[in-house]
Each structure stands twice: as C-alpha cells, then as structure tokens.
Write a protein that binds this ligand. Sequence first.
Ligand SMILES: *Cc1c(COP(=O)(O)O)cnc(C)c1O
Length: 369
Amino acid sequence: MNVPFLDLKASYLELQSEIDTAIQRVLHSGSYIGGAEVEAFENEFADFCGARHVVGVANGLDALRLALLALGVGPGDEIIVPSHTFIATWLSVSQCGATPVPVEPIEGGFNMDPQQVADRVTPRTKGIIPVHLYGEPADLASLIDIANRHGLFVLEDAAQAHGAVYRGRRIGSHGHAVAWSFYPGKNLGAFGDGGAVSTNDEALARRVRMIGNYGSRTKYVNDVIGYNSRLDPVQAAILRAKLPRIDEWNARRSSIAERYSQAFASQLAAPAGPQERQGHAWHLYAVRHPERDQLQKQLSDVGVTTLIHYPRPPHLQEAYASLGFGPGSFPMAEQYASTLLSLPIGPHLTQAQVDHVIDAVMNGVSSIS
Ligand SMILES: *Cc1c(COP(=O)(O)O)cnc(C)c1O
C-alpha cells in the first residue's frame, strides 16, 4: 500500500464542481487583478479567523515581510525569531534589513520559549515573531505580555495554523498582526501561491496594502518605495471554495493525530501533550527518533512517504553564515533537525492508510531498537 505524504489533488476532486465554477467565474468576470473575488475572500477569511481586517498578498513570505515593513522595521532593528522554524520566518526579517535574533523552543516542545525571549530583549529589539509550528499555537499570552512590557510588537507566523484555536479564539488577531501562507500544502492551500495579513488594526492593514501595491494608496501617487505583492483572484476564488471545508479537514487531521498518539504512546514521544492538542491545527505530525534516517527508510520501503521539517536549521545555512553561528549555537534546533520525522496526516488519508502508517511505524521502531 502506498501512503503519499499529502494528496493535494484529493482536495480538488472533493470540491471539483465548486472549484471549476469558481475559476470560471473569475475568467468570465474580466477582472484579473484584485477586484470582487479578492475582496470577498478577504472578508470571508477575516470572519473565519476572527480579525477585523485581512489583506491578501502574493505568498506567506511576503505576508511576513510586508507586515514587518508596515510595523516600521528597518536596518538596525532586532526581531526575535524561533531557532526551529522554516527559513521564511528569518528571511522576512533580513529582507527588511533587520537582524533575526533566534531563541530555542521550550523544553520538550516545538514553539519558542517565552523565558528565552525575555532574556534576548535589547534596546534594539522591535518585535517578536512566534511561529505556530506544525499547527500548535505558541504561548501567546506570555509573549504578548513580554511585548507589552517592552513596547514590542508580536507578528504571528500562522503559515501552519489555519483554524488553530488559542484560549477559545482562533489564531488571527491575538498579536498585532498575523501572517498567513496559502501555499498548496498548507491546511488552507491555494492551487498556486497566496498569502495574507490579518489584524484588528485598521491603519496597519492599510499600510500593508499600500506597501504591497507599489507604495501607493491612490493610483500614480507613491508614498514609499513599495512592492508588487497581490493575491491572485483565481487563487482567491479557489480559497473561497475551500474555506468552508477547513474545519472538517482539520477535524480529520486531529482524529488521525489522536490515533497516532494513542498507538505510539509507549514507543515514541508524541508531538504534543494532551494540553497542547487543544486547538492544534495538525498541519504536521512530527515524531522524534534517534535513528530517524533509518526509520524514514523503513517506512519508505513499505510505501509510506515521510518528510523532514526541517533538515537544517536557519542558523546553519550558508545564507546566514554572516551571523556567525555554528554547530552547537542552538542545540535544540540542531537536535530536532536530526531526529524529527513528519508522518502523513492529510485529511484525505483513508482509515486503511492510517492503519498502514501505524503498523509501519511500530514495526520500524521495534526492528531498530
Ligand atoms: C510555508 C511557510 C512560510 C512561507 O510561506 P510561502 O507562501 O511559501 O511564502 C512561512 N513560514 C512558515 C512557518 C511556513 O511554514
């Protein structure tokens, strides 16, 4: 039996007529940049994530970068970021001319440790970017408290957290701004690139829109040196068709996660304890194993595709050599890079496929040890 890591086409087939209709609607509208479709998605996604304003942009990296620029980040500023994250979180900071200041995850978890964040604040610190990694909300209450004490902003990287809930409210408006990606593999994915910024701050939303629109509020009047970063209306229409399904798809992810956690309880460290599973969007289900590469090969031999998120932390990338970090600088991020393995958890896995993954993991783990 084959278990793909994520069957993207399945989400199209499930919604084929809605999506075909949505694309046709855009083609017949004669409006191919911005327009009613993008505006409708922005409003619907704002309702979904509980934010007053949503601004569509070209991708998740731009969502982070434009939000940082709108928050006034520039050269000389320091932004606190996780050591263990996808590199886009760091790149957005560097693209503004600011410096990413990494902190390690909390012991036993994947998200940034607020205590270490507090320790890293300097007079140059301007903000904090928590990432809700793998779909698990970060400790926002502590981070927002630190931010308020030091006059910093909190920009949430929610690229993996569509539909996640923190303390009874969906991710979308806890921090000053929230950056979203609609990359196809995300919980809410387009069939191409897409992204958005959500916020309750109207002036900030307008600034993001202005910077992503050539630095212009009024056509041919340019206030700042801006960018061209827009959400494509075809993608907006596809996202509108998918949005009503997200809760159901996330519930399916969550039930697969529960099955995995129960099955592996005696064998593997679960990616989240019972407390953390509340509100988790289960973008990824990452297990830890000291012989990760061997486990990955065993799974692959029986048709189970797994991925590694992420095999090399940002601080050890050539791109960040200039920051002067080396092996040992962030031991937890490095340890995660060598021991984590993401199992398939897509909403279109069949019961039989989930069973097959469980058997394959149990057999793999017992044959290694
Ligand atoms: C996917 C992702 C991004 C970037 O999104 P793109 O749309 O690919 O630019 C940023 N941060 C995290 C944590 C991500 O997983």
